[in-house]
Design a protein around this ligand. Structure first.
Ligand code: G3P
Ligand code: MG
Length: 407
């Protein structure tokens, strides 16, 4: 179902019939932009009653390369003071680092509060700042540094544990030389002769896609089967049919937090790649085998969860408030356009999100990422519209918002 509203944008240099067509389309679009944003050149244009949440991978960038339409779409919104934030299931960097990374590639000024990464909401879990937490995923120790920047004083990685006790995952020893270049000393030694003072975990966070499924799976499983999170112990309740869930996770084991359910994501390779969701499914396969099919209790955030969309809406309201602070913003945010490439996370999330403020969320699916129009399959979750790219998405949304205002 090609874009119902506008043909694709033109970008090539060589002159051929389709280029000429595209050029005339582009000329028409510029005229359209002038008309669509006509209202915004006057001194105090009305505060837009709508805003945008943009996915990143597959919408603004593909792996590290910018998607050209994004370099047009975002400046257009900034020029017309239409609020937007970026909401990604990606992570593994601080929000400030993500800002720099995107500014360099998209050439638009962004601020850290305009970025919601998969793990950003974990920063609010201040009750765990003084506890020992396991931080899983990401390159080297980057997620550990992100957690420390959020305020988690005792953030430990599976790599730290493996370097201190290589015998815990015998097949990890070939990586030890690399791992020891960034591993940190354990905050407390593992001393099973005195379990009360031995290394104990109070939570397990999967911040980003695992880089070492073997080591990460082993240590997460050890903690989920442990007694009260004391690494190297085994709960005596495990497998007890007289207890709920056959005694699994019934012995003060640390809670497990996932930050991104994406099975697939659009990277540089021409086919979609396994994401954090792939690691989660593998971990749960091992858990099921190790516990004879016991239930695995966990908390999952990231798109499409209501939690992440509520966090994103709250953040967009904050950014909008800041943009129009001088004008004493009390104009309601009536509509939010979620622009995404993944039906399972971006589109489903926007379709199912119920705003406590009554704000209407619309979903726009682009063809520059996970969703492959050329495979002729209908998206698993139906968007309000499918368009070629993020620039067409913005055009469609501005028209839609105008219609909603009766324009
Ligand atoms: O690992 C990131 C990937 O799962 C998707 O990122 O930006 O498309 O939500 P994004
Ligand atoms: Mg995406």
């Amino acid at each position: 179902m090609a874009s119902l509203f506008r043909p694709p944008a033109a970008s090539s240099r060589h002159i051929c019939s389709s280029c000429l067509l595209r050029r005339s389309v582009l000329r028409r679009q510029i005229q359209w932009h002038r008309r669509a944003f006509q209202t915004s050149v006057s001194q105090n244009p009305p505060i837009p009653d709508f805003g945008f949440t943009f996915d990143i991978d597959g919408v603004l960038v593909r792996s590290s390369r910018p998607i050209p339409a994004a370099q047009k779409a975002l400046p257009l919104l900034q020029k017309n003071r239409i609020p937007f934030i970026l909401v990604t299931n990606g992570g593994g960097k601080t929000e400030e680092q993500r800002v720099q990374y995107l500014q360099d590639r998209l050439g638009v000024p962004l601020s850290a509060d305009m970025i919601v990464q998969s793990h950003t909401p974990f920063a609010d879990m201040t009750h765990l700042y003084d506890k020992t937490v396991l931080i899983v995923g990401g390159d080297y120790d980057h997620c550990q540094l992100v957690a420390q920047k959020y305020g988690f004083k005792y953030a430990v990685t599976p790599i730290d544990i493996l370097c201190a006790h290589p015998e815990i995952w015998p097949f990890g020893k070939q990586y030890l030389d690399l791992y020891r270049t960034f591993a940190k000393p354990l905050p407390t030694p593992i001393d099973l002769s005195s379990p009360a003072t031995s290394l104990k975990f109070d939570a397990i966070f999967v911040y980003n896609d695992s880089r070492d499924w073997g080591t990460d799976t082993t240590i997460i499983l050890d903690l989920l089967l442990s007694r009260a999170g004391i690494l190297g112990t085994l709960s005596t309740k495990n497998g007890n049919p007289a207890l709920p869930n056959n005694g699994y996770q019934q012995d003060a084991q640390p809670p497990l937090y996932y930050s991104n359910p994406d099975l697939w994501w659009a990277a540089a390779w021409h086919q979609n790649r396994l994401g954090q969701g792939g690691f989660q499914r593998a971990l749960e396969g091992v858990w099921a085998a190790a516990t004879d099919g016991a239930h695995l209790a966990k908390t999952a955030i990231g798109k499409p969860t209501q939690a992440t969309f509520a966090f994103a809406e709250h953040r967009l309201r904050h950014v909008r408030k800041q943009m129009f602070a001088q004008r004493g913003l009390n104009d309601p945010l009536k509509r939010v356009y979620m622009i995404g490439d993944n039906p399972e996370s971006d589109i489903r999330g926007a379709n199912e999100y119920r705003s406590p403020h009554g704000t209407v969320w619309r979903s726009v699916l682009v063809k520059t990422g996970v969703y492959r129009a050329d495979e002729g399959k209908e998206p698993a979750y139906r968007p309000d519209v499918i368009v070629e790219d993020v620039l067409e998405a913005v055009e469609w949304a501005v028209e839609d918002a105008k219609k909603a205002r009766g324009g």
